[in-house]
Design a protein around this ligand. Structure first.
Ligand code: MN
Length: 245
């Protein structure tokens, strides 16, 4: 790899480490959950930490994987069971550059109540579009699974549920959010959790007025121009409370 290419990779790894810490600091991930980025030089690979709590990830913990979710370097450390979430989305969505999987708590109720879908209630959540699909793992894995996306078949089914959207909920489990940049995926993951909390609160008060599809699209477009404003704040906050050694 040339010097320029290897600097590009190092820089992507550093930003991925930051994303891990921001997602913890913002309450999206806890001991569980993960964030990946498509490899900046090899689009048929992606970067993801070894199996560990996101807040503790350092550059040394980031590994490259192929689109079968196999680590490029064999014989390395333990890897996330659910890495197939990432591989199958990258395989099917060339536009996706980053993927966040989390169990962020306000989202989970929307994955288990039939007839109530996560929808954008405020302008920060316009990227959710009309409504957010729910992946029912039982349709693929039957009634006795552990709900984890632990192989390529389940990953492919999840990616199919996601479709062309920005987010998919996973019944009784959590959610997966994608972006065309790492910062956009982080932004969307944070505001998926915020939006779920707001929608739950609004529904307790009475009938909810949601954004129209046109409003959702317009607000998402505006917010895409403002992502660094949030990112730089979140990064500073995460660094000031850093847990990583
Ligand atoms: Mn999970």
């Amino acid at each position: 790899m040339s010097d320029t290419a290897s600097e590009t990779v190092s820089s992507a790894i550093r930003e991925l480490v930051d994303a891990n810490h921001v997602l913890f600091d913002q309450g999206v991930v806890d001991g569980f959950g993960h964030v990946s980025q498509r490899h900046p030089v090899r689009p048929d690979q992606f970067l993801l930490a070894r199996s560990m709590a996101p807040a503790l990830v350092t550059a040394q913990d980031v590994l490259a994987f192929d689109l079968d979710a196999a680590p490029i370097e064999a014989g390395g450390p333990a890897v996330y069971l659910e890495r197939f979430i990432h591989s199958e989305i990258y395989r099917r969505r060339p536009d996706v550059v980053a993927v966040v999987h989390s169990h962020s708590p306000a989202v989970v109720p929307f994955s288990v109540v039939s007839g109530t879908r996560l929808r954008p209630v405020c302008h920060m959540c316009g990227f959710l579009g009309a409504e957010t699909p729910v992946f029912e793992i039982r349709d693929v894995a039957g009634p006795g699974s552990d709900l984890l996306i632990r192989d390529a078949r389940l990953g492919a089914a999840l990616a199919q549920s996601l479709g062309h959207g920005a987010a998919v909920l996973m019944r009784g489990h959590g959610s997966t959010v994608v972006g065309s940049t790492l910062r956009q995926a982080v932004f969307r993951a944070v505001y998926t959790e915020v939006g779920a909390r707001l929608q739950s609160e609004a529904m307790r008060l009475g009938p909810v007025t949601y954004l129209t599809e046109e409003e959702a699209e317009a607000t998402a477009k505006t917010n895409d121009g403002q992502i660094d404003r949030a990112w730089l704040l979140w990064l500073k906050a995460a660094r000031s409370r850093s847990m990583a050694g």
